[in-house]
Write a protein that binds this ligand. Structure first.
Ligand SMILES: [Fe+2]
Ligand SMILES: [Fe+2]
Length: 246
């Protein structure tokens, strides 16, 4: 089959699969665009089954997906996290902090943006050391607060993004104060230091550069992420199959 014929056959298979399925988006995907209290928009469900597995519009993941499979098949461009991890490495921080840098924004690139530090920490918590989880969870909060001891100032980009008058709400202020007292405060702080300067469209970094660090510090489950009964397995499954009806 020619390339064109292959592409046409794939298109045809996809539209056939779509004709047979009812695909419903979770309330969180549409909340704001539509009032979540309103009844869902009507869909033609005659002769169709509700989707309970793989969404045919997405690339299929392996049966036992690894962390890198999620980077390849479900996360948005990871260049920022990769550059951040490389910068951390260049700055000579520990391998655990390099790993934290590599993973710190996986929630905003593949799951949910709001409170992304908390979501990402929860995703990886069963598979990494407490220090890594802490750094990821609190980087989001600490980004709002300067620390002159390590040369960290409030990001200029936040002035552009949120305006000059933005003040973190009280719950973030409390989270910041808690983090400051914690034994892993500096781990989270080092993440923010290596996060800040990590945007450069011209620097290319391969995921595979971090294979060894991930191998040493990320306890990849044998059953694959999503299928190991860990406290966050359901979250990985949701990223794998985001439109499953139940
Ligand atoms: Fe972040
Ligand atoms: Fe970041």
């Amino acid at each position: 089959m020619t390339m064109l014929a292959q592409a046409e056959a794939a298109d045809h298979a996809l539209s056939e699969a779509m004709d047979r399925l009812v695909i419903v988006k979770s309330a969180i995907y549409t909340s704001g665009e539509r009032d979540p209290r309103a009844p869902p928009p009507p869909q033609d469900t005659r002769g169709k089954l509700h989707l309970m597995g793989h969404d045919p519009r997405l690339p299929r993941m392996p049966d036992r997906p690894t962390l890198f499979d999620f980077f390849k098949y479900r996360f948005g461009p990871a260049i920022h996290m990769l550059q951040s991890a490389r910068l951390a490495q260049k700055n000579g921080v520990s391998e655990k902090i390099v790993l934290a840098c590599l993973l710190h924004d996986i929630a905003s690139s593949g799951f949910i943006r709001a409170d992304h530090g908390y979501w990402a920490a929860q995703l990886v918590e069963p598979y990494v050391d407490e220090e890594v989880t802490f750094a990821i969870r609190y980087h989001q909060v600490l980004r709002f607060y300067p620390d002159t001891s390590v040369g960290y100032t409030y990001p200029d980009s936040y002035l552009r993004l949120f305006g000059n008058d933005f003040k973190p709400p009280p719950y973030l202020q409390r989270a910041y104060e808690d983090a400051r007292q914690h034994k892993y405060y500096m781990s989270a702080r080092l993440l923010t230091v290596n996060d800040l300067y990590a945007f450069n469209p011209d620097v290319h970094v391969e995921l595979e550069e971090f294979t060894d660090i991930v191998g040493r510090h990320f306890r990849q489950p044998e059953e694959g992420l999503g299928f190991d009964q860990s406290p966050s397995a359901h979250m990985w499954r949701t990223i794998n199959w985001p439109t499953r009806y139940l």
